[in-house]
Design a protein. Structure first.
Length: 202
């Protein structure tokens, strides 16, 4: 026969353990969904920058040109606390404007944006590659627009989300633990009274 304190501890443990595991799993799922949402939101902003840059492309005397004043380039490159880097390459892979050593896309750029991670200037970056047609007679002539951004804001937001989710889950685990402990104690107390009544009648 288990003593009441021992039985109570075992019941509380086996009730709280699966509930805690379920809460931890739900927290991980919630965090993953939140991180995916953050990634898509920042990727959309990165894509918008690539689109803005592509709209400045012009073809003059069969030569590709990007009309990007220095002030506009400075606005594009500074996005505190992150840094933004860009380049435009012709169909022959010749640099038209921007950085020549940005991480290349894993596949040939198409008209659909390609997002990927890389490293530039000893920092992790998220890059979007966009193929932009620019030839009047040759629709297959695609310039490649690359825009890369460091990950400081993404990482800070992901860290904030993780801390918020973790804190809330810890509160839930504590509340569930107290409720289970009190509930089991109340149930065992009732069983103890019933046992005493049965023993007194025998």
């Amino acid at each position: 026969m288990f003593s009441e304190p021992s039985l109570r501890r075992q019941l509380v443990f086996w009730l709280i353990l699966p509930l805690t595991l379920a809460l931890v799993c739900s927290a991980l799922v919630a965090y993953k969904l939140a991180v995916d949402f953050v990634t898509k939101a920042y990727d959309r902003a990165l894509y918008d920058s690539a689109l803005d840059l592509s709209r400045r492309m012009q073809l003059k005397q069969d030569r590709l040109y990007v009309d990007l004043p220095p002030a506009a380039a400075d606005m594009l490159m500074v996005d505190e606390p992150d840094r933004v880097y860009f380049s435009v390459r012709g169909s022959d892979d010749k640099i038209i404007i921007g950085r020549s050593d940005l991480p290349s896309p894993p596949v040939t750029a198409t008209r659909r944006p390609t997002f990927y991670y890389g490293e530039y200037d000893n920092q992790a970056v998220r890059v979007v590659a966009l193929g932009v047609p620019y030839g009047h007679d040759d629709e297959e002539a695609l310039a490649t627009v690359l825009v890369a951004e460091t990950l400081l804001r993404r990482e800070m937001l992901q860290r904030d989300i993780f801390m918020a989710v973790a804190a809330w889950q810890l509160v839930l685990i504590a509340m569930v633990s107290v409720a289970v402990y009190v509930g089991v104690g109340h149930g065992l107390l009732s069983l103890g009274r019933l046992r005493s009544q049965i023993e007194s009648r025998s």
